[in-house]
Design a protein around this ligand. Structure first.
Ligand code: SAH
Length: 242
């Protein structure tokens, strides 16, 4: 696929945005870099005249925006996603810089949609939201003053996506077919159910087991086939011996 097509596969997801002005600024930032697919998870106010004003000409991006109720809906069908976050998290999978993430996302775009997820103005992304994404992504800013305005953060990531997609050596795409968000979530839910039924996992005393398991599988890029194998193994172990 050529680079410009890769940009068509990028979803920009804004979670629980409070200020409609930032939604408009994000739309403008996207359009200047050739991106058009905006997803809004439970925005406080949308549509809104303030968003229209700040989009200044990117109203087509706003008009086509998909408003959804949960991050899971926004990520459905994607093959790789980045949680864009300034905060370092304990027990998270390794963090990518904006540039590294843009290269990897562009490579995966050969296989399907990819996404970048941005958090709330006040508190960023929740740990649960970060855990749903394939990797945390950070803008390596001044450690003493690292929080960019939401619209500025979207601008920067869209620029990196454009540079990666249009660079002469377009990033390599993975050989095997990557598992989708839905397949990976299905695997985690299946594993959790089996661990609970076997008594290995006690939901009343979780001790971060599920987080550890997500971190383990979050370090690798599971292929479709591999998810099928893992689920086959769990199903076989679940079968009660006669
Ligand atoms: N005060 C919030 C930051 C909110 S800024 C917090 O503590 O997390 C709004 C959003 O912009 C963030 O959720 C993130 O998606 C993005 N952002 C701002 N600065 C960033 C940085 N240095 N690296 C990565 N994302 C950043």
């Amino acid at each position: 696929m050529n680079g410009a097509n890769a940009l068509d596969r990028v979803r920009i997801v804004l979670s629980h945005t409070s200020h409609p002005g930032n939604i408009g600024a994000a739309a403008r930032a996207m359009k200047t870099m050739g991106l058009a697919r905006l997803y809004l998870v439970a925005p406080a106010a949308f549509p809104d005249p303030v968003a229209d004003a700040r989009a200044s000409g990117a109203d087509d991006v706003l008009a086509a925006a998909q408003v959804v109720g949960s991050l899971e809906e926004a990520l459905a069908g994607t093959v790789l996603s980045g949680a864009v976050t300034a905060r370092r998290r304990e027990r998270s999978v390794p963090v990518r810089s904006a540039r590294e993430a843009a290269a990897e996302l562009t490579g995966f775009a050969a296989h399907g949609d990819v996404a970048l997820v941005f958090g709330r103005e006040t508190s960023g992304l929740t740990n649960e939201e970060v855990a749903l994404c394939s990797m945390p992504v950070t803008i390596p800013a001044n450690p003493e003053f690292s929080s960019l305005n939401l619209g500025a953060a979207v601008q920067l990531l869209c620029y990196e996506m454009r540079m990666a997609a249009l660079s002469p050596g377009v990033p390599a795409s993975p050989d095997g077919e990557p598992a989708s968000f839905d397949e990976i979530e299905g695997f985690h839910h299946h594993l959790e159910a089996a661990m609970t039924a076997s008594g290995f996992y006690d939901p009343a005393n979780p001790k971060r087991l599920l987080q550890r398991v997500r971190r383990l599988f979050g370090r690798i890029r599971l292929e479709k086939e591999e998810v099928n194998i893992l689920r086959g193994i769990i199903a076989a172990l679940e079968r009660k011996p006669d």
